[in-house]
Design a protein around this ligand. Structure first.
Ligand code: CP
Length: 294
């Protein structure tokens, strides 16, 4: 695997191979191939989980992390993304992890950059390692993806997590449905799943995946108050009682307690939200191994 940019470009076999390797790392398997390897995490957009989780994965593998802070880098003097990555390549960095606000930023790097690029999130486009950690969490819970129904609820239109998950889950045999405010639903998503009213989505799904409202990607502010959104489109305590018996709650985080999910449900029995975060480290170790091994 040269790069990891989108879920669409991975075959089913490649996805399964990454999940299997992640499970091995979770079961304490080690890999010595990363010694003397250097990685830089180039985050041009805010992140807590993806950035820290990659750094944890890199350190567990013995990779040397070359620090980079966009706010104090020569990006502030007008240096381009391409020239920043080319610099990293020229000093001997073996791979870069990039998060950027521009959809498909990586297209401008495909000609001229020779080191692997791992996409840590591109605008409203893709978030492949979030998807892989979601898949690992679902696989741990249910064993496989066939015959599962996963609902993705909230600000779908602006969510790279929704897009990556819908593509991958469908490819793996699960049924995906969407819910949330209709103005945040894009017809382009229909090829991967139908739109359902919130109560039907929650009551019929094995996995209920909630999404944060991506205010930073909205042209105008929502007309709904937080309370109105929670009542109309959130996982309320009342709605959670109507979920299927063995169903689980997921959220890529950061979450807004009391908006898309009731505060009390974040760490409830059905919630796998912190399990997702834990799995992120092992999935990222597996991805790093895939792009670094010769
Ligand atoms: N889930 C996720 O991508 O979180 P961060 O934005 O904190 O990295």
């Amino acid at each position: 695997m040269k790069h990891l940019l989108t879920m669409n470009e991975l075959t089913t076999e490649e996805i399964e191979s990454i999940l299997t390797q992640a499970e091995k790392f979770k079961n304490c398997e080690t890999w010595d191939g990363a010694r003397e390897k250097y990685i830089s995490n180039l985050f041009f957009e805010a992140s807590t989980r993806t950035r820290c989780s990659f750094e944890m994965a890199e350190r567990k593998l013995g990779i040397s992390v070359i620090p980079f802070e966009a706010a104090t880098s020569s990006v502030q003097k007008g240096e381009s993304l391409y020239d920043t990555v080319k610099f990293m390549e020229s000093i001997g960095v073996d791979a870069v992890v990039i998060r950027h606000e521009e959809d498909h930023y990586f297209r401008q790097l495909m000609e001229g950059i020779n080191i692997p690029i791992i996409n840590g999130g591109d605008g409203c486009g893709n978030h492949p390692t979030q998807c892989l950690l979601d898949l690992l969490t679902i696989k741990e819970e249910f064993g496989s993806f066939e015959d599962l129904k996963i609902s993705i609820i909230g600000d779908i239109k602006h969510s790279r997590v929704a897009r990556s998950n819908a593509e991958a889950l469908t490819k793996l045999g699960a049924t995906v449905c969407f819910s949330g405010p209709k103005e945040w639903f894009s017809n382009a998503l229909l090829e991967n799943g139908e739109y359902l009213e919130i109560d039907e989505a929650i009551e019929t799904s094995d996995g209920v995946m909630l999404l944060r409202i991506q205010h930073e990607r909205h042209a105008s502010t929502s007309q709904l108050t937080k309370e109105e959104y929670h009542d109309s489109f959130g996982l309320t305590i009342e709605r959670e009682k109507r979920m299927k018996r063995n169903s689980i709650i997921m959220h890529p985080a950061p979450f807004n307690r009391g908006v898309e999910i009731a505060d009390e449900l974040v760490e409830s029995a059905k919630s796998r939200i912190f399990k997702q975060m834990e799995n992120g480290v092992f999935v990222r170790m597996a991805v790093l191994k895939k792009v670094l091994e010769k």
